[in-house]
Design a protein around this ligand. Structure first.
Ligand code: NAD
Length: 338
């Protein structure tokens, strides 16, 4: 029997798309998720896309006894650790929740892996660890900093993983720093389904387009950028998912720890994204430009050369594909998975 890949947080946005990419590359995902920000319907949709329903354990990564049982019974080959909380604003209001869930959850997971003799881990880090970068594109060796508890939890976990690897080089660890994941699987069956008013641009845009929200708010039109709106590195979620498969392939074949950016290397402004989406859905979107949001930065995009060199992976899907796929998902599922 093939050993599964344990995917914590696998019912969520990036996790469900990664399950599809894992299945397509011959792996067997086993999802552990407490469904605090997702629905198990996403896994049923993964089955409709791929023909395989991932194994599913409903539970929390902070539950050591559950982890011991799952690792002993299922003997996974590696863990891809997506589970965590990710809303920057909420992290400022509820810092302890974020440190408990993200940092505490990761330490509990690592301890259980150590007890089980399993030392292969891929971790979801974020471009947020670069803080407000001095220049773009951003390379992995740029200084790191945090402006909020969410970002600090990612920094702390990166450091925990670094310390663990130095103490025991038998660990194989990938720290993947995602830029701005957007879009959906081309089937329109899985996509991003945020609870409440979206924090991220693309679900906000698609919910305005589908009539769930009345108008888009763009935070800041006076940034020092070509059109005054913020510039980001929007990466198609299926490119990101395939980046995990490439990282897993590398991890299983090589000793060591590595840290790579997963981005496209292209900056795209918020207004450019709105215009691309308007082209895609064939009509204008109502929007207003409002005050900058605290903690936002002007520009952020990746130097993706390291991922290409090390993993032989690069993002291939363009902005039009991102918009078309996000729109297909939103139109087919106006209320998300509900
Ligand atoms: N989406 C982004 O913009 C982005 C950018 C950079 C990094 N990341 C990171 O990638 C990971 C996945 O993000 P996503 O966008 O898919 O988010 P998501 O909320 O859709 O997925 C996270 C999943 O983890 C689960 N979860 C949370 N806490 C848990 C716990 N204690 N035990 C078990 N399951 C738990 C949630 O129910 C959810 O299904 C997160 O760690 C996030 O910080 C996301």
């Amino acid at each position: 029997m093939t050993q599964p890949i344990l995917v914590t947080g696998g019912a969520g946005y990036i996790g469900s798309h990664t399950c599809v990419a894992l299945i397509e590359s011959g792996h067997t995902p086993l999802v552990l998720d407490n469904l605090c920000n997702s629905s198990s319907e996403s896994l049923e949709r993964v089955r409709r896309i791929s023909g395989v329903r991932p194994g599913f354990v409903e539970g929390d990564v902070r539950d050591a006894a559950l982890l011991d049982r799952v690792l002993a019974e299922q003997r996974p080959q590696a863990v891809i650790h997506f589970a965590g909380l990710k809303a920057v604003g909420e992290s400022v209001q509820q810092p302890l929740e974020y440190y408990d869930n993200n940092v505490g959850g990761t330490v509990t997971l690592l301890q259980a892996m150590q007890r089980a003799g399993l030392r292969n881990l891929i971790f979801s880090s974020s471009a947020t660890v670069y803080g407000d970068p001095a220049s773009v594109p951003i390379r992995e060796d740029f200084p790191r900093s945090a402006t909020n508890p969410y970002g600090r939890s990612k920094l702390m976990i990166e450091d925990v993983l670094g310390d663990l690897y130095r103490a025991d080089p038998a660990w194989r660890i990938a720290r993947l720093r995602y830029f701005n994941p957007v879009g959906a699987h081309p089937s329109g069956l899985i996509g991003e389904d945020p609870r409440g008013v979206p924090n991220n641009l693309l679900p906000y845009i698609t919910q305005v387009a589908v009539g769930r929200l009345s108008r888009l708010r763009i935070f800041g039109g006076d940034w020092p950028t070509p059109d005054g709106t913020g510039v980001r590195d929007f990466i198609h979620v299926m490119d990101l998912a395939e980046g995990h498969v490439a990282a897993l392939r590398h991890l299983l074949a090589h000793e060591g720890m590595f840290t790579v950016n997963l981005g496209t290397g292209q900056g795209c402004s918020v207004l450019q994204m709105v215009q691309a989406f308007e082209r895609c859905c064939g009509r204008g979107l109502p929007y207003e430009i409002v005050q900058r949001r605290a903690g936002d930065i002007a520009e952020c995009w990746a130097d993706p050369a390291q991922a290409q060199r090390l993993l032989n992976w690069k993002a291939v899907r363009d902005l039009d594909t991102i918009c078309a796929d996000a729109w297909r998902w939103q139109q087919a599922n106006p209320a998300g998975y509900a």
